[in-house]
Design a protein around this ligand. Structure first.
Ligand code: NTF
Length: 832
């Protein structure tokens, strides 16, 4: 090979400051097409990203090649959402070249922060479910597990939230506008995906009844690959996202003008499939385009998985030993019928064999018990869009129901619960039931959630298959959520216990003994203070509000939803405001209430609560009688990037959902890991957080899931009585009702008051109010004792080892997937 190429090749892999700097200059000119004088910050971001990507490619190919050579069992994580956020810091940090990059930029007179801040936030998800998928990708790569993510390359990610006069308004999020330097387009990796048409029956070569799907419309799925850099840079896995392309089946030349325009229209319509992420969180969407998105990416992924498998195998018998497919919620559950179709119709397998393989290959994770979130597609729609799948679903159902224990017992009620078809009203396909039946394992995401799955939505399935449901408590990646987001604290930790915690978070327990060390406590506080300063500056930039660094940063950041009870928090805020005004001579601990989170655009109540918080903020923040002891801020456009600034600065973590309703939560873990004390209900993973940190180091309040259940079962309670007997609550609600926060529209908050009173207070805000205030008071008192507070904060950080997504992914790998780490061989002979 030409020596010049050879040396450039080496340079591409070199990680020292000089080679990085030379690469930057070369990339700026030859790929971005700018010279240093004309380059904008965004140009520099693209430059740096491309140079870093260079340093990933060889190892990426090595990893892929190792999986191939070992014919390793892979796990395929099918998810409609991957909330990955920015990738530059993540890649640099996992490659271990953060400092080198900073220095190289420094020599060019550039600030690393500016470059980092020019990267758009990849928001291909709504909230917890999508972020969990992103943490799992990081954990799989960091542990050398052969894991692939499959999803959709949405052109528009989750909308950008802005406030107009305190109301949420949605703007398009155009993350791809200036190109995406991390992805590799694969125009040759293209699969047809069919829709509509009809099913034809025929006799196959041995005279058996067989089916083919004909007269369908086709869309192509084109792959885009993003390398997923594991910690240490040894393993680089792949996130493969599908983009919709029209087929070129039609010949423009033969059309008259009208037909030509129609053909173009058709092209645009089919490419809409990957246009936009649906912005709903924990609610069923029920739109035809959404169903088509689900099938589109699932079908393409399965075709790709089978193609990869067939490179090494001639029969499908071994598929379950070579591929594990994890369904992230029911969104890809149609994959069960699709794999059956591919195996039977395209590869000629018999039903029984295909079913055995399908069940052994799939596993399903449930992320919510909210009835409004359980997907159920109208039979008539499924029949029209995927006629062959509807047939297959009927057949799965018929075979299952005939054999079920319920049938044997003549228990018709149970039989109708088990059915894949909901026969009440317009008939619907229950995707949860399909996912359950087609999987060998089904898991919940926290201990409590898994128990509730067994007792509620899947009670009948659990009776039928008692070994199928298993728990896999969620986790978070310590790389992004401590090392990268909180350099101040992570450097302090590493200085005391070494860097082992980064890839083995259990080691962080060694900090527990440091909780009693005054010097360490002082340094811990210094790190927190630094983060609070950073957040205060961010708050000032975003909202114009000045907040006190010495105040308690009380943080509730998550999607806006009634069950998460931001309303409870704002009611306490109003009560606290009143107390401060009533008792101006008391020396109050200053409090800053920090909210952030998006509401689904059609979720009116959630949007009204946002407006309420902003209205309360306007009054409280400008009332001189509270002497700046209370501030309320609502940060716009919460996303991964904002979370990375907010979470490290939090003193208090608000995890106050109605018990039994939050499947797990993962923000709760991020905040505790960063040394915030939790005020929370015994819901989701809060229960396990309490076990880990100890009851003395967390503020638990409110009704338990069981009590909530009893209360609701016994005809509810009377919120009016509760309100009447609690003067602070009554006063807060009266102020809201009489327009104290909305003088321009005194009736604005009637819907909220209505829901809390005549509406029966479904989320038990009034029922938990008193105990919540007690927990808040306890926290405020403790904060006065800064040594004791810090001690508890350190214990929180030190007790979070178990919540690493490395632990979670390992449990999946050993107990569900049976996949094992593969060590890539890096022969240094790159990517030819
Ligand atoms: C969410 N579910 C749950 O609401 C969270 O409690 C949980 O932590 C995450 O999943 C991750 O498991 C959803 O987003 C959805 F869509 F399923 F409702």
């Amino acid at each position: 090979m030409d020596a010049r190429y050879k040396s450039r090749d080496i340079e591409r892999r070199s990680l020292d400051v000089d080679s990085l700097k030379r690469s930057f200059l070369e990339w700026l000119v030859y790929s971005v097409g700018k010279d240093a004088r004309a380059a904008t910050r965004r140009d520099w971001f693209h430059t740096v990203a491309l140079a870093v990507r260079d340093r990933v490619v060889d190892r990426w190919m090595d990893t892929t090649r190792s999986y191939y050579h070992e014919d390793a069992k892979r796990v395929y994580y099918l998810s409609l959402e991957f909330l990955i956020g920015r990738l530059l810091t993540n890649s640099l940090s996992n490659l271990g070249i953060m400092d080198e990059c900073r220095q190289a930029l420094d020599r060019l007179g550039l600030s690393m922060d500016d470059v980092v801040d020019s990267e758009p936030d990849a928001a291909l998800g709504n909230g917890g479910l999508g972020r969990l998928a992103a943490c799992f990708l990081d954990s799989m790569a960091s542990q050398g597990l052969p894991g692939y993510g499959y999803g959709i390359r949405y052109e528009f990610g989750l909308f950008e939230q802005r406030f107009e006069n305190g109301w949420q308004v949605e703007h398009p999020e155009q993350w791809l506008q200036f190109g995406n330097p991390w992805e590799f387009a694969r125009p040759e990796v293209l699969y047809p995906v069919q829709f509509y048409g009809r099913v034809e029956e025929f006799r196959d070569s041995v005279g058996e009844r067989a089916y083919r799907w004909v007269d369908s419309e086709r869309v192509l799925a084109m792959a885009y690959d993003t390398p997923v850099v594991g910690y240490g840079g040894d393993t680089i896995n792949t996130l493969r996202l599908w983009s919709a392309r029209a087929t070129s089946d039609f010949n423009f030349g033969h059309f008259n003008e009208g037909a030509y325009m129609k053909a173009v229209e058709q092209k645009i319509l089919s490419e809409n499939l990957s246009r936009v992420l649906y912005p709903n969180d924990a609610t069923e969407i029920g739109k035809e385009l959404r169903f088509k998105q689900e099938y589109f990416f699932t079908s393409a992924s399965l075709q790709d998985i089978l193609r990869r498998y067939l490179q090494h195998h001639t029969s499908f018998d071994n598929l379950p030993n070579k591929a594990a497919i994890q369904l992230n919620d029911t969104h890809p559950a149609i994959g069960i019928a699709e794999l059956m179709r591919l195996l039977i119709d395209q590869h000629g397998l018999r039903w029984e064999k295909a079913w055995e393989i399908t069940q052994a290959t799939f596993a399903y994770t449930n992320h919510t018990l909210l009835p409004e979130a359980l997907e159920a597609w109208p039979v008539r729609m499924v029949e029209r869009i995927l006629p062959r799948h509807m047939q297959i679903i009927y057949e799965i159902n018929a075979k299952f129901l005939t054999r079920s224990k319920a049938k044997a017992a003549g228990d018709n009620a149970r039989l109708s619960h088990l059915s894949l078809i909901d026969e009440r009203g317009d008939r619907r396909v229950r995707m949860g039931n399909l996912a359950f039946l087609g999987s060998h394992k089904v898991n919940g995401v926290s201990a409590l959630h898994t128990e509730l799955m067994k007792e509620t939505v899947f009670a009948d399935f659990h009776a039928e298959f008692p070994d199928r449901i298993t728990n896999k408590t969620n986790g978070i990646t310590p790389r992004r959520w401590l090392k990268q987001a909180n350099p101040a604290l992570s450097e302090l930790i590493s200085s005391r216990i070494g860097e082992g915690w980064i890839s083995d978070l259990g080691q962080i327990a060694a900090l527990k003994e440091k909780a009693d060390d005054v010097v360490f406590r002082e340094e811990f506080r210094r790190a927190k203070r630094k983060n609070k300063k950073r957040l205060a500056a961010y708050i000032a930039r975003q909202t114009g509000e000045e907040v006190q660094i010495d105040s308690i940063f009380d943080v509730q950041v998550k999607r806006m939803h009634e069950y998460k009870r931001q309303l409870l928090n704002v009611l306490h805020t109003v009560a606290l405001y009143n107390e401060m005004r009533d008792n101006p001579t008391v020396s109050w601990v200053p409090v800053t209430k920090i909210f952030a989170g998006k509401a689904a655009p059609s979720y009116h109540m959630a949007k009204l609560i946002i407006k309420l918080i902003n209205d309360v903020a306007k009054v409280v923040n400008h009332d001189p009688s509270v002497h700046d002891n209370l501030k309320v801020v609502y940060l716009p456009n919460y996303n991964v990037t904002a979370a990375e600034i907010i979470i490290p600065a939090a003193d208090i973590s608000e995890q106050i959902s109605t018990a039994g309703m939050e499947a797990s939560g993962t923000g709760n873990m991020k905040l505790a890991l960063n040394g915030a004390l939790t005020i929370g209900t015994l819901d989701g993973a809060n229960v396990e957080i309490r076990e880990q940190v100890g009851a003395d180091n967390i503020f638990i309040f409110g009704l338990t899931a069981e009590e909530v259940n009893d209360l609701r079962a016994n005809g509810g309670f009377n919120p009016r009585e509760v309100i009447a007997s609690n003067p602070a609550l009554k006063r807060a609600l009266d102020m809201i009702a009489t327009g104290a926060f909305s003088p321009d529209d005194r009736n604005r908050y009637q819907p909220i008051l209505q829901a809390l009173t005549d509406g029966g207070d479904h989320f038990l805000v009034t029922a938990d109010f008193a105990d919540y205030c007690r927990a808040q008071d306890a926290a405020m008192q403790l904060y006065r004792d800064s040594e004791e507070w810090t001690r508890k904060a350190i214990i929180n950080t030190a007790s979070m080892g178990w919540f690493s997504s490395d632990r979670t992914v390992n449990e999946y790998a050993t107990e569900i997937w049976d996949v094992h780490p593969v060590k890539p061989t890096h022969d240094g002979e790159g990517f030819r």
